[in-house]
Design a protein around this ligand. Structure first.
Ligand code: ZN
Length: 869
């Protein structure tokens, strides 16, 4: 029988965390033989398995053409196993099994970029997290099955590069025009970390010696013309290796570390053991072709994937519900790494900005879920801001509370206990608690509950008693799916300032983790509580949640003047920025006067520019229309938000007067002493250029044109291009054409060309039609789709008018071709329910109409969730 009478896995079935069961068989070793041909690939596998618990032998497999199967040397006939679209089941199998299968797959027509696929004419790569390996061969494709992999890769000699995980143990000819390699990975790993690469690529080589004296060969594979753009990534890799030794005591464990760049990739990068595969956007970095922001991102993603070697690979997840165990911890680690690369305050600002712009809205709407979800239909839909970014915040909270030394004792214990295992969030918290000697079990609640807590704080000064009291209250929006919400442990980093002098005070309160310090941390873990500071001589100004010590919505009734004070005197750069943000949000959403912000920023800026120009540039972050929209829960009208923001920008341009042009002309990126400062100066100059355009400065387009032409730095060139294009300057078409000619063979630069035009505030449906029918537009390359869709989405007024059709079309088209990306892009419309009528009903009707047109688990689950409000 070919189709199982009782399929165990049904399409669109919900999987629950509570149903977890151990696999019935473990795999001691797997021998894989992958033979790539032009029109098919043959995969032979030999699995040595042992029974662990009672039950059927279950092998997962999808889109595989089974050619032969044998068990302990005996061929199986069709009635000796059950086979359906998802799995192959053998009943009553013996305890010791050697299973051999031969299947045919079609990487040459795989558009989903999952499993083994042809990424470009001369490149085949794999992407197996979370469930891609089952599209390569029959296997218990789940992260709690760890095995030793030996891989033979065979292909035509037109593909000189044949890679897999581990050590190269053999290479040779396979007939006249073909050749092969054999790789062995000595470390046991789950199948989602398997990778192989077949292609014609150039390589950049280097070496690294670990703290243990191991000599590691480092290799980055990319197209020949891109090799010069791999040096920043290579330096970042060596830096990450050293950083993990110094900060976590974790040296690298193999003799080689390979990175392969491909332009056809769904996400940023993948941490396959010893053989990372990267989206080109996360590995190629060069001032001439990519922006400063992209260069920072490359370094952080290189670090992220490298850090996974310990947090993810050596210690992996028991099941996919535990995804935030590896991702939350690894993001926290890469964020800490990046804080050492540039202004630490700015790194924190940028990370929190991402959290607030993506995770907070996600967590307040229909897609809200706990960092560790308790059910899913399609796991690919749970690679979310909540799992990654909120997951990182949970680890940061515990690290803040413990301090460096105790946190290190905790992580040491985790690595000691669980190396080589597939574990859970509970295991992580238990090890961290045991190692540090601090019971952190209350933090489990953060993993299991959805929603952003509201933290309300009130301050009261008693002049007679010289005390300052803070009352704390926390609450969560009620949630029908999670009726028993518990109070969360919230570390509140805080400081007090003298109003008259601006000086920071020494804190005296028994409630603090450490007393008599300037930078205090209070752990607020009840529904309500209050703490008292003594010996406070005058009414102080309190600064709360410094460095954003917890992912909560803080409410404190500051006056605008007090926020202006913090903007000027806070020594914590993050809170300085936060004060500016709060002021700006009040101006934009509640109609407060802009003057107080203006006065404060004009007083503060000269000092900040001199000290940290990158931080200075962030003090001009005017909350985006998208972010402002996410702060509005009903009757949201994107046009009103756009008008308020435009009005503020015009006011600022007018009031800043000569400061704008003077600053533009006085700043010189070349004169800066490091990259962070140069980046800051470039950013400030571009901000000033935009203000000049608003001022109607007669020279602005000439200056922008000059900046465009006289630089070989992409951030400068793009900054000028944006001003010219978005203001419809006379030179706009000219520079767009010039940019295209210069960069038409540089995909990442060309992405920017698409993005800028899609992000034109006055873009129309015709603009998008022109871009999506351009010869260089390619629906097979997620980066290109994202450049147009992301550009369009930069203007919510456009997203919610002609953009709706764009995103619906994409989801429908990608439903079959690339459902992972289709489901993600559709989320651009997830806040439809906040819109004012009639837009709300119009968008809802379009989403409803899409439902019967889509089939994939990915898009279906996302659409159902989006409409479940
Ligand atoms: Zn990751």
């Amino acid at each position: 029988m070919n189709i199982a009478a009782n399929p165990v896995i049904e399409a669109n079935q919900t999987v629950y965390l509570k149903d977890y069961q151990k696999p019935s068989y473990l795999v001691d070793s797997i021998d894989l033989d992958i033979q790539v041909y032009d029109d098919h690939t043959q995969v032979n596998a030999k699995l040595v398995m042992q029974r662990q618990t009672a039950g059927n032998l279950v092998l997962l497999g999808r889109d595989l053409e089974l050619k032969s199967i044998s068990l302990n040397g005996k061929q199986l006939t069709e009635n000796e196993y059950l086979l359906d679209a998802e799995q192959l089941v053998i009943q009553n199998a013996p305890d010791q099994v050697i299973l051999e299968t031969s299947v045919v797959i079609h990487p040459e027509s795989n558009t989903q970029l999952e499993g083994l696929y042809q990424a470009a004419g001369d490149l085949f790569v794999t992407q197996n997290e979370p469930e891609g390996f089952r599209k390569i061969t029959f296997y218990p494709d789940r992260p709690d099955v760890l095995s030793v992999f030996t891989t033979r890769v065979e292909a035509d000699k037109k593909f000189p590069v044949l890679l897999a995980n581990g050590n190269l143990i053999e290479a040779g000819e396979a007939g006249e025009s073909r050749h092969y390699t054999i790789w062995q990975d000595p470390t046991k790993k789950p199948s989602y970390l398997f990778a192989c690469v077949i292609g014609d690529l150039a390589v950049l080589k280097d070496r690294y010696t670990t703290s243990e004296g191991r000599d590691v060969a480092l290799e980055i594979y990319a197209e020949e013309k891109d090799i010069p753009k791999c040096h920043i990534a290579m330096e970042a890799l060596k830096h990450s290796m050293r950083w993990d030794e110094e900060h976590y005591g974790r040296p690298y464990d193999l003799d080689n570390y390979m990175i392969v760049a491909t332009s056809a990739f769904n996400m940023g990068a993948m941490e396959n053991k010893g053989l990372n595969i990267f989206n080109t956007s996360c590995v190629l970095a060069d001032e001439e072709y990519t922006t400063d922001a992209a260069i920072m991102r490359v370094q952080s993603v290189i670090a992220h994937e490298y850090f996974h070697n310990w947090t993810g690979n050596r210690i992996t997840c028991r099941d996919w519900f535990q995804l935030c165990l590896k991702e939350g911890l690894t993001v926290f680690r890469d964020q800490s790494f990046s804080e050492d690369l540039q202004s630490a305050a700015v790194q924190r600002i940028d990370d929190v900005a991402v959290l607030k712009a993506h995770q907070f809205p996600e967590d307040s709407g229909p897609l809200s879920h706990p960092p560790r979800p308790d059910h899913f239909v399609e796991i690919n839909n749970f690679y979310t801001a909540t799992v990654y970014e909120k997951g990182a915040e949970i680890n940061r909270m515990m690290a803040t509370l413990l301090g460096k030394e105790k946190f290190r004792l905790g992580t040491d214990e985790y690595f000691k206990r669980h190396d080589g295992q597939a574990v859970t969030v509970e295991d992580w918290i238990a090890a961290l608690s045991a190692g540090s000697g601090v019971d952190l079990s209350a933090f489990l609640t953060w993993y299991n509950q959805p929603g952003t807590p509201k933290l309300e704080v009130h301050g009261r000064y008693d002049a007679g008693a010289q005390t300052y009291t803070l009352n704390f209250k926390q609450s969560l929006k009620s949630n029908a799916k999670y009726p028993n919400l518990k109070a969360l442990p919230i570390p509140v980093a805080l400081a007090l300032f003298d109003q008259a002098t601006g000086e920071q005070l020494v804190l005296n309160s028994e409630a603090l983790f450490e007393n008599s310090v300037q930078d205090g941390v209070y752990l607020f873990d009840q529904n309500e509580a209050s703490i008292q500071f003594i010996g406070v001589e005058t009414q102080p100004i309190v600064s709360l949640l410094r460095s954003f010590s917890a992912p909560v919505n803080l409410e404190f009734n500051y006056s605008d003047e007090e926020l202006a004070f913090l903007l000027q005197y806070e020594t914590n750069g993050f809170n300085q920025w936060q004060a500016a943000q709060t002021l700006l949000e009040r101006i934009l959403l509640n109609g407060h006067d802009a003057q107080i912000y203006l006065d404060a920023i004009q007083k503060t800026l000269p000092f900040v520019i001199a000290k940290d120009p990158l931080l200075a540039s962030r003090l001009f972050d005017i909350p985006s229309e998208g972010y402002l929209g996410s702060r509005i829960d009903t009757d949201y009208n994107p046009i009103i938000v756009n008008e308020a923001r435009e009005a503020l920008l015009n006011t600022l341009a007018r009031e800043l007067g000569n400061f704008v042009k003077d600053t533009y002309l006085s700043l010189d990126p070349v004169a800066q002493k490091d990259f962070s400062q140069a980046m800051g100066v470039r950013s400030l100059k571009n901000i000033m250029l935009n203000f000049m355009a608003r001022q109607g400065d007669v020279d602005v387009f000439d200056l922008a044109y000059e900046q465009y032409q006289n630089t070989s730095n992409m951030s400068e060139r793009l900054g000028a291009l944006k001003v010219l294009v978005w203001n419809d300057a006379p030179q706009a078409q000219d520079v767009l054409q010039d940019f295209y000619t210069r960069f038409k063979d540089e995909a990442l630069s060309l992405d920017q060309w698409f993005m800028i035009q899609a992000a034109h505030p006055k873009a129309t449906a015709e603009t998008i039609a022109y871009l999506t029918s351009h010869v260089d537009y390619d629906l097979g390359v997620p980066n290109r789709i994202r450049s147009v869709s992301g550009g369009l989405n930069a203007n919510p007024v456009n997203t919610w008018s002609f953009g709706v059709q764009h995103f619906i079309h994409l989801a429908q088209y990608l439903d079959e071709k690339n459902p992972i990306i289709g489901a993600r892009l559709l989320q651009a419309l997830s806040r439809w329910y906040t819109l004012a009528e009639p837009q709300r009903s119009q968008v809802k009707a379009k989403l409803e109409a899409l439902k019967p047109q889509v089939k994939s688990k990915n898009v279906t689950e996302t659409l159902n969730s989006m409409l479940s409000i």
